[in-house]
Design a protein around this ligand. Structure first.
Ligand code: G6Q
Length: 535
């Protein structure tokens, strides 16, 4: 059944009529204690504080109507139940299920069999791959699988790019504090040879495993890096087939188990940017963090997935965040979102979300192929605070361009060790900065000196949890994944294909052929090669 796009809903007109009366956060009476206490929703160990968004109860009511009219939660249920939701009606497209949720639906105590429908086979496959991974990791730990000298493996290098790199790397860095002693993970993604060379430089290859990850099994960067790294193993007198494992799609050009120590599978219906909960994340995180921690991570994701089925947006955190984002993007015309975690462990989280969000919702046609007359996914970027405060926050506070901000924080640090300096701990200083930034962006500051004026009224939310653990990391990631999907469902765009990224996979070939003398270049290509000084 064709779904209404955002502008075709009754809620759209209602929301437009409410823009003029959106709360002014600069007025001293706006950010009062009652509002701050009331504009807080809590679930699965996180509190979402949104008093510093330019919404009131009327706007929140209209946003809920928007979710109801577009049947956002019912559509999320359809995704999880295995309906074909990756499609553009009437046009050639991927035409697939969207099954990343099935990968974390592996816990008996969190099962909801009435919802699982078509996804049953994939849930079973996820359990099977997890069991195979467990057996492999046990064989490594117990010394059943060793190097040629009978020594255990200490390091694993992940070779992959985009979805086969960003999520696993962001999560590994986020949870390194929980890594078992003696296991380290490393990541090579860029076809720039300096990337692999830098990583390999510090390693004892004889005790190193390599995990080659490519769903398609045909990505130029990954295949090139695999060859480059394999040649280094051969030069060191080591057999790559005894050190290399892979994660790929069944039947892909890489699906050749004889070439690898172990081959793990991911599935067509799992988009790269949503694949960290599949074996794409499983192998490197299972080795680098331990399988128990990877399971805890999946558990946190599953809990947030279940929360995404609540119909009331005040109880459904990812839906609420999606609606606030749509209000900012389509009604307050804010083009960009900064993700600002006050947690150094989340140093690559914004980079992962940038892909997840911009690859999913950077689209301009709806699910029937019609141009959409409204803005879709924002430009997403970010860095941890407080570092960012000493850099780009200048623009966030005083530029003409308004930047919506997602602040993320944890009451407790991961590693615990801390020191009182000048009457406060480092963790207290971190959190004080976080709260201060949120309030300052909202309330602004007047001054007779125009250079010291802060316009304020800059919307932001604060998502706060107790501590960044494997489980809460999973919850946090699923919160964003589901938020992004809710936005796509409400905009009625297909969040699950990536033609713009596919284009990049073929674009370089003509220039590469011209550079290597395999084919003549067209005049513009030839001129560009010359101007760049490459020939
Ligand atoms: C993710 C993207 C993209 C993809 C990479 C790697 O959603 O489609 O980033 O993950 O291009 O693709 P392969 O895993 O097929 O090598």
């Amino acid at each position: 059944m064709p779904r209404p796009s955002l502008h075709e809903t009754a809620a759209f007109a209602k929301l437009q009529s409410l823009v003029a009366s959106a709360p002014d956060l600069r007025q001293p009476e706006t950010l009062n204690a009652g509002r701050i206490a009331a504009m807080k929703s809590s679930a699965v160990g996180f509190d979402l504080l949104f008093a510093t968004q330019r919404v009131d109860n009327q706007i929140l009511g209209a946003l809920q109507s928007l979710a109801d009219e577009t049947e956002a939660v019912a559509q999320m249920r359809q995704i999880m139940a295995g309906e074909v939701m990756n499609r553009i009606e009437g046009f050639d497209c991927e035409n697939r299920q969207v099954m990343h949720h099935a990968m974390r639906n592996v816990f008996a105590d969190l099962a909801r069999p009435e919802l699982d429908g078509e996804s049953e086979p994939l849930i079973a496959a996820a359990r099977e791959e997890l069991a195979r991974l467990e057996a492999f990791l046990e064989a490594l730990d117990s010394g059943k699988i060793t190097n040629a000298k009978g020594e255990t493996f200490t390091d694993m290098v992940n070779i992959g790019i985009g979805g086969s790199d960003l999520g696993p790397k962001a999560i590994y860095l986020a949870l390194k504090a929980y890594a078992p002693a003696g296991h380290r993970a490393h990541f090579v993604s860029n076809v720039d040879p300096d990337d692999a060379n830098e990583v390999l430089a510090g390693l004892d290859l004889s005790r190193t495993l390599v995990n080659v990850v490519s769903k398609s099994g045909s990505t130029l960067e990954t295949l090139t890096n695999e060859e480059l790294v394999a040649s280094r193993f051969r030069q060191a007198g080591l057999d790559p087939a005894k050190h290399f494992v892979c994660v790929t799609g069944k039947g892909s050009p890489m699906d050749n188990p004889a070439k690898y120590l172990r081959a793990f599978y991911m599935y067509d219906s799992i988009g790269g940017r949503y694949s960290v909960s599949s074996m794409v994340g499983g192998v490197i995180l299972g080795f680098g963090l331990g399988l128990d921690n990877f399971r805890q991570f999946l558990r946190g994701m599953r809990k947030m997935d279940l929360n995404a089925l609540e119909t009331d947006s005040r109880r459904n955190l990812s839906l609420l965040a999606a609606l606030l984002g749509i209000w900012n993007r389509d009604f307050l015309a804010i083009p960009t979102l900064a993700v600002l975690p006050y947690s150094q462990a989340l140093s690559r989280f914004a980079a992962h979300l940038q892909q997840c969000d911009m690859e999913s919702n950077g689209k301009r046609i709806d699910r029937r192929g019609r141009a959409v007359p409204f803005a879709t996914g924002p430009i997403v970027w970010g860095e941890p605070g407080t570092n960012g405060q000493h850099a780009f926050y200048q623009l966030i506070h005083q530029s003409e361009t308004v930047v919506a901000c997602d602040f993320i924080g944890f009451r407790e640090s991961q590693r615990g060790a801390d020191l009182q300096v000048k009457g406060s701990s480092s963790q207290e200083k971190l959190l004080a900065n976080l709260l201060a930034q949120s309030l300052a962006l909202a309330s602004g500051k007047s001054s007779d000196n125009p250079n010291k004026q802060f316009p304020g009224n800059r919307p932001n939310s604060l998502l706060i949890g107790r501590q960044l653990t494997p489980e809460s990391m999973g919850t946090l990631l699923a919160f964003y994944e589901n938020k992004i999907s809710f936005q796509g469902l409400i905009w009625n765009i297909n969040s699950f294909d990536q033609e713009g990224v596919q284009l990049g996979k073929v674009l370089a070939n003509e220039i590469l052929d011209a550079l290597t003398g395999k084919a003549a270049a067209n005049p513009a290509t030839a001129a560009l090669i010359e101007a760049a000084g490459l020939k």
